[in-house]
Design a protein around this ligand. Structure first.
Ligand code: 3PY
Ligand code: MG
Length: 252
């Protein structure tokens, strides 16, 4: 689902972070028309069951559900893939060796070590047309394994990370990059590091995305070659709407 979106031509696809475990908010975000979402377990208190409900709902609304996992481990990520997530974002992939070790877990043998879960949702509860061959094909080809580049060392090593099998796309995280570069919140150095990473990915033919604030940045990152762009998150949208509504009431 997301892999197909990355291969489509035209402007970058647009998504947002999902942090609230609410079916109502999920339906509002889906109805708004986002192309994809990143269900965020790294920076939100979502349970495995919350993620499962959100994956089902978003995929039924044709909004590709990616899940950002908490670490480089197999356990929960495997469960999200078996729940039918369109892809996973792995935070803080700091170098090529780590990228290889991490992504191998999410590829089926012989390329990697992912386990067979045909009886799970990704295998349509054992009833997937085409059987285990189709379950494996979809897990290899349709799922996007996305490495997050958000440390200075990763930017320096990006060409090697981009060459790792199983790194289907990269996502550049300006927030953590700003911390890693010692300038919390951003600076020309952060902007430069993001630009360098995007250009390296475009040269390598690996789809790249990032998160932006404001329309100017969307245009710039799209022109530089980003295929997927994240804007905001559900908590921020609710919070901004609440503050705006109250401010207007107080002004009236
Ligand atoms: C970052 O900017 O560090 C991210 O993880 C994306 O929000
Ligand atoms: Mg980050």
């Amino acid at each position: 689902m997301f892999q197909q979106l990355l291969k489509s031509s035209g402007p970058p696809v647009v998504g947002t972070f999902v942090k609230i475990p609410s079916l109502e908010i999920a339906e509002i975000i889906g109805e708004a028309g986002f192309d994809f979402v990143v269900i965020d377990t790294e920076h939100a208190l979502l349970s495995v069951r919350d993620v499962y409900s959100l994956v089902v709902l978003y995929s039924r609304m044709n909004v590709a559900p990616l899940v950002r996992v908490t670490d480089h481990g197999y356990g929960d990520a495997q469960r999200y893939l078996d729940a039918g997530a369109a892809g996973i974002l792995v935070p803080h992939v700091s170098g090529a060796a780590q990228a290889e070790m991490t992504m191998r877990q999410f590829l089926f043998p012989p390329a990697g070590t992912r386990g067979m879960g045909l009886a799970a949702r990704a295998g349509l509860w054992g009833g997937i047309r085409g059987g285990s061959a189709e379950y494996v094909r979809a897990g290899q080809e349709d799922v996007a394994r996305i490495a997050m580049i958000e440390d200075q060392g990763a930017v320096e090593d990006i060409e090697a990370i981009l060459a790792v099998p199983g790194v289907d796309a990269v996502f550049i995280g300006p927030g953590d990059l700003s911390l890693s570069l010692g300038v919390p919140g951003g600076s020309p150095a952060v902007h430069e590091a993001v630009t360098r990473s995007i250009k390296a990915a475009v040269r390598a033919g690996v789809p790249v995305g990032t998160v932006v604030a404001g329309e100017e940045q969307i245009r710039l990152r799209a022109e530089q070659g980003c295929r997927f762009i994240l804007v905001g998150n559900d908590t921020g949208m609710v919070s901004a709407a609440a503050r705006r509504t109250l401010a207007r009431a107080r002004e009236a």
